[in-house]
Design a protein around this ligand. Structure first.
Ligand SMILES: Cc1cc2nc3c(=O)[nH]c(=O)nc-3n(C[C@H](O)[C@H](O)[C@H](O)COP(=O)(O)O)c2cc1C
Length: 187
């Protein structure tokens, strides 16, 4: 059984991102995957204080919910991060979360590390029609995976444009099923 963790960066409950996630998880092969969805906005995650103590200790000095999410990542084989476009970028919740992953960032000599072999996928959605904002979000998420030494592959990215609300997601039911099938076939 593979463990798959969905990190939902939208602060809105029952919005478009929730609907998209529910369709992806509904189409996952239940015999292959044990999945968990976490909503970043349900967690108490402080801003990074910029102290850089973690550059030396590989640990964050702040005691909040970030550590529970780190445990969830460690326990998972596949991480799927999903963000709507907010001002042409990832949501604030996701940016704060990424900053707090700095103890795991491989650009400093002493850093914490997740066990090898994890894979990272990315999903972006937006109201506007052109894909460029979504591609930027996907690039940001893949950049994050890269510094955490989580493997990513462009083919496991999905983006949806023209999404105003959860009903709009239904226009993409076929594409979402194809994305879930891609995940099903990958293991
Ligand atoms: C604060 C805010 C900023 C947004 N900025 C953009 C934007 O720059 N470009 C865009 O295409 N959509 C933008 N949107 C629209 C969302 O990306 C879109 O409605 C998405 O489906 C929201 O997902 P949700 O229902 O899970 O919140 C913005 C929405 C909000 C609330």
């Amino acid at each position: 059984m593979k463990k798959i963790l969905f990190i939902n960066a939208s602060p809105k409950r029952n919005g478009a991102t929730d609907k998209l996630l529910s369709l992806v998880t509904m189409n996952l092969n239940k015999e292959t995957f044990d999945h968990k969805v976490i909503n970043l906005s349900d967690y108490d995650i402080n801003y990074c204080a910029g102290c850089k103590i973690c550059y030396k200790t590989s640990e964050c000095v702040q005691k909040d919910d970030i550590h529970a999410i780190m445990r969830d990542i460690e326990a998972s084989d596949i991480i799927v991060t999903i963000s709507p476009s907010y001002w042409a970028d990832i949501t604030g919740q996701l940016k704060v979360f990424i900053d707090r992953c700095t103890p795991y960032c491989n650009t400093h000599e002493h850093h914490a590390a997740f066990s090898k072999g994890k894979e990272g996928y990315a999903i972006a959605l937006r109201t506007g029609q052109s894909p460029c904002e979504c591609l930027h979000i996907i690039e940001t998420i893949n950049h994050f995976y890269g510094h955490l030494e989580i493997d990513f592959d462009e083919k496991f990215n999905m983006y949806l444009c023209g999404i105003n609300n959860s009903r709009d997601i239904l226009k993409y039911e076929k594409e979402i099923k194809c994305f879930a099938d891609l995940i099903n076939c990958a293991v």
